[in-house]
Ligand binder design. Structure first.
Ligand SMILES: Nc1ncnc2c1ncn2[C@@H]1O[C@H](COP(=O)(O)OP(=O)(O)O)[C@@H](O)[C@H]1O
Ligand SMILES: CC(=O)OP(=O)(O)O
Ligand SMILES: [Mg+2]
Length: 398
């Protein structure tokens, strides 16, 4: 059985094709910097111990175009791995917002698509793109089962005191206004790796996912108990183009004194803020270059980004009443050693001591980058949302 997984994030589209039940990747790849200058596609095919890679740089305007190019790479040319669409038994889709309806992998029906559509306004950078990818896959792989795995599912264990906002109950009961939480598939995957590595029956973890979207989750004994994103994937940490936490008074002010419309407000907080708004680019690699050249705005954006993460670590240390390990994952978490160092600096009082030499040396895989006497372990763990989605799809289809 072959399962193709499509993971569309706000700036990227990642895919992996797995042979099941052995969970062996046949092919994987990514389209990065979608919609900004410097987009590229990397397509990898695994044959035994050998790896074949093709890379192409060309502007890719949106995820629909990205997915069409990916499907063409998978089915045509030298590095094709699918002879016929019927080689694909199931397509697993990452879907970001599932509301309260979905707590596990779900077969996609017309009703499920309607539900994904209803949540467009709450995850405007994601749900429309996720639905688009589902439609393209349905059209391409007519006989495959289409399965959705929701970012929100892992956070369904968050207790009411953490998921409710302090507003009248009817807004929860009638409008579903509550914390949902996102990046759940990633937080689940890396926390399970950490629990296995720690080899402890009971565990208290803080998982820090730093991609284009960023979120941090408190995980007790394998269950999410609080997370920084809320009703939509907008609150909490500073992100590529999203502001993270902001006092709602700012919104009232912009409406009252500057005449902002709903569309302008949504664009401001979702698309024009975060690293882009403060530092001049949504991409951490660009920000690093600007900061190295002395750009003060870029430097400030890095400070805001690290400070916000640190604030949440303190808050979740209190929520968990202790920490066994903090985990860094996703694009920035796995690749930006300076950000890991900035976040962990001056947290010694908590028992977080980073080993700078190990941190600088990190080059993939699960690695402990804390000092030998650090009370709290600091782990870098590459996320693999596609692997997790394929596993959940397989379980569902059995
Ligand atoms: N070598 C690197 N150094 C610093 N940041 C990096 C590096 N590689 C990738 N990133 C950053 O990771 C982010 C994208 O992360 P990713 O998890 O792929 O995002 P998403 O899935 O949300 O689209 C971008 O800000 C990018 O600049
Ligand atoms: C939920 C979210 O922000 O996802 P991504 O980081 O992939 O944009
Ligand atoms: Mg992502």
């Amino acid at each position: 059985m072959n399962i193709l997984v499509i993971n569309s994030g706000s700036s990227s589209l990642k895919y992996q094709l797995f042979k099941m039940p052995v969970k062996a990747p046949i092919s994987s790849g990514l389209v990065e910097r979608i919609g900004i200058e410097g987009s590229y596609i990397k397509h990898t095919v695994f044959k035994g111990d050998e790896k074949f890679v093709s890379e192409k740089s060309a502007f890719i305007a949106d995820h629909g175009e990205g997915l069409k190019q990916v499907l063409s790479l998978l089915t045509k040319g030298e590095l094709a791995v699918i002879a016929s669409p019927d080689d694909i038994t199931a397509v697993g889709h990452r879907v970001v917002h599932g509301g309260e309806h979905f707590s596990g992998p779900t077969l996609i029906t017309e009703a499920v698509k309607e539900q994904i559509k209803k949540l467009f306004s709450l995850a405007p950078l994601h749900n429309p793109v996720n639905l688009k990818c589902i439609e393209v896959a349905e059209h391409t792989f007519k006989n495959a089962q289409q399965v959705a795995v929701f970012d929100t599912a892992f956070h369904q264990t968050i207790p009411q005191q953490a998921f409710r906002y302090a507003i009248p109950e009817r807004y929860y009961k009638e409008e579903g206004i509550r914390v949902y939480g996102f990046h759940g598939t990633s937080h689940k995957y890396v926390s399970e790796q950490a629990i296995q590595w720690l080899n402890k029956k009971e565990s208290k973890l803080i998982s820090i996912h730093l991609g284009n979207g960023c979120s941090i989750t408190a995980i007790k004994n394998g269950k999410s108990i609080d997370t920084s994103m809320g009703f939509g994937p907008l609150s909490g940490l500073v992100m590529g183009t999203r502001s993270g936490d902001i006092d709602p008074s700012v919104i009232f002010h912009l409406i009252e004194h500057a005449g902002y419309s709903l569309e302008q407000l949504s664009a401001l907080f979702n698309k024009q803020s975060g690293l882009l708004g403060v530092g001049g680019s949504s991409d951490m690699r660009d920000i690093r270059k600007l900061a190295a050249a002395g750009d003060e705005h870029a430097v400030l954006s890095l400070e805001l980004y690290a400070y916000r993460i640190k604030k949440f670590i303190g808050s979740y240390a209190a929520v968990l009443n202790g920490i066994d390990a903090v985990i860094f994952t996703a694009g920035v978490g796995e690749n930006d050693k300076d950000m890991r160092e900035a976040v962990c600096t001056e947290l010694e009082f908590l028992g977080i001591n980073i080993n700078r030499e190990s941190n600088n040396r990190y080059n993939g895989g699960l690695m402990d980058i804390s000092t030998d006497d650090s009370k709290i372990k600091i782990l870098v763990i590459p996320t693999n949302e596609e692997f997790e989605i394929a596993s959940q799809c397989y379980t569902l289809l059995q």
